[in-house]
Design a protein around this ligand. Structure first.
Ligand code: GLV
Length: 320
């Protein structure tokens, strides 16, 4: 953006933008006043080829090979799995992911919404209402659910603490040991069975890595309580779709709320769309908020322009 008082001798920071869930105007407004003079251009345009930093979500393959001045890439979200799959993304400059508290709030609200709707038989009462049926369904113990959170990092630990505050028995699972007050924590694949044993509700907010791909499969479902509920806000490939459908149809699982899918948008002919026990959400559990993320994005751009280490830099070997 051009601003009054801009020093004409100092080149503007050029930010290359790519994404569909937010737009250039939103970022111009939210970053205004937080950076020296800057302009935001479409990454894939001619101007984008000379960008200093990139602010992206799901960019096309080879997007960055045409940007010789690029000093760093900032994601408009948490997940970096599609960047990991693209070997044309430069690895010698920082890649930063958003760790936005507002996204943790939104994802925790979405998880609680779905967990309570399941625990309090929301679907069955909505169905009764449609048919004008006045009938009690025996209430489950108000605080009796055993809830397991797969992934207890920046987002998952907020979710775990909030379920604990609702009075539920909460377990958390992560790659490496972590401790959260009021939550029983488990680490690594050796402890996955102990984590899963008898859970009524599972919430995944894991990043997608080779270790987490297919983690929710028939073997995992078999360890849960009968009639358990799956909430996936992590990544689609963490669920084995065929195993999930089989466990829902056999009655082993009571239902699933899914915000993420192996293929997005979810193909029109996918059985999840019409399955009575599956709730489909179009990857909206935590949408990027240019206002709440602005401070962090501005700090990352400042660090990249100064050549200093930005916060929340992705570790390529860890995969997130
Ligand atoms: C959304 O799925 C994100 O990774 O931010």
């Amino acid at each position: 953006m051009t601003r009054i008082g801009h020093d004409q001798n100092r080149p503007m920071i050029r930010i290359g933008f790519y994404g569909t869930a937010s737009d250039i105007a939103q970022w111009e407004e939210s970053l205004d006043g937080r950076l020296p003079p800057f302009e935001i251009v479409e990454l894939m345009s001619d101007a984008g080829a000379s960008c200093d930093v990139a602010l992206v979500w799901a960019p096309p393959r080879d997007a960055f090979t045409r940007c010789p001045n690029l000093r760093g890439i900032i994601m408009q979200g948490q997940g970096v799995d599609h960047m990991m799959r693209d070997d044309t993304v430069p690895r010698d400059i920082p890649l930063v992911r958003l760790i936005d508290p507002d996204m943790a709030n939104a994802l925790s609200h979405w998880a609680i919404l779905n967990a309570l709707d399941f625990w309090r038989d929301g679907a069955a009462y909505r169905d009764q209402e449609q048919r004008r049926v006045w009938q009690h369904i025996p209430q489950r113990p108000a605080t009796g659910a055993k809830i397991g959170i797969l992934g207890i990092g920046a987002i998952g630990n907020v979710i775990a603490r909030r379920f604990a505050a609702l009075g539920f028995e909460v377990r958390g699972y992560a790659r490496t040991p972590r401790s959260i007050e009021g939550v029983a924590t488990f680490a690594g694949s050796d402890q996955l069975a102990a984590f899963a044993d008898g859970l009524d509700i599972v919430v995944s907010v894991l990043p997608l890595t080779p270790e987490t791909t297919g983690i929710m499969n028939a073997g995992f479902f078999g360890m849960l309580a009968d009639g358990a509920f799956i909430i996936n806000g992590g990544r689609g490939p963490q669920v084995d779709d065929d195993d999930l459908l089989a466990a829902l149809d056999s009655g082993k699982l009571g239902g699933a709320a899914l915000d993420v899918f192996a293929v997005e948008p979810l193909p029109q002919d996918h059985p999840f769309w019409t399955h009575p026990k599956v709730r489909v959400w179009p990857h909206v559990a935590a949408q990027t908020n240019a206002t709440s993320a602005a401070e962090q994005v501005a700090a990352a751009i400042t660090a990249m322009m100064d050549g200093s280490e930005p916060a929340n830099r992705v570790d390529w070997s860890r995969g997130y």
